[in-house]
Write a protein that binds this ligand. Structure first.
Ligand code: ZN
Length: 178
């Protein structure tokens, strides 16, 4: 049986300063949003910022409860964009996060590895991308490392999406009507 390989593509920088200015600003928004995380159980604090058309920005942070159900920062931000009527105009998403520092100041510069969206968030980003019809830029950063993906297929290959729920016989019916 022939084996097949797929490649994913992303950029990695040492410094956020190498990003375009709008994405650098979006990252700053994500860091600010992280301060509003409610994570008393995991102490893993995540912030996200979504940019829609015309520079509209929506923020999210993770929100936990004692049942250990988590509303992820990325989804909170995406839902805020959707609620505001920008569901089909989401263009970029930045996410930052890491364990809350032991020191009371929780210095984010101690976070060394960029946090990556969980599986459920990747699925949500996939659906937003299908809604927009354009690839969404996903940026994840620690203080000294940035990963930048153009398109969710680089994080979620062979994704299940809205098209999979369409009726298989739609084409047939359309054919009959011709
Ligand atoms: Zn998530």
């Amino acid at each position: 049986m022939p084996k097949k390989k797929i490649e994913i593509e992303y950029e990695e920088f040492d410094s956020p300063d190498e990003l375009p200015i709008d994405e650098l600003g979006l990252l700053g928004c994500a860091w600010s949003a992280r301060e509003k995380a409610y994570a008393p159980h995991s102490e893993f604090m995540v912030g996200a910022a979504v940019m829609a058309n015309e520079g509209h920005i929506f923020l999210g942070s993770n929100q936990e409860n004692a049942n250990l159900r988590v509303s992820c920062a990325e989804r909170v931000a995406l839902e805020a964009a959707s609620m505001a009527g920008f569901r089909e105009q989401v263009r970029k998403l930045a996410v930052v996060g890491g364990k809350k520092g032991i020191d009371p100041d929780d210095k984010p510069e101690k976070i060394e590895e960029p946090v990556m969206p969980c599986g459920q968030c990747r699925q949500d980003i996939k659906e937003f991308e299908d809604n927009t019809g354009e690839r969404i830029v996903i940026i994840s950063a620690s203080r000294n490392k940035v990963r930048r993906f153009v398109g969710i297929d680089n994080l979620l290959p062979f994704a299940f999406g809205p098209k999979d729920l369409e009726d298989d016989d739609t084409e047939e019916e359309e054919g009959e009507n011709e």
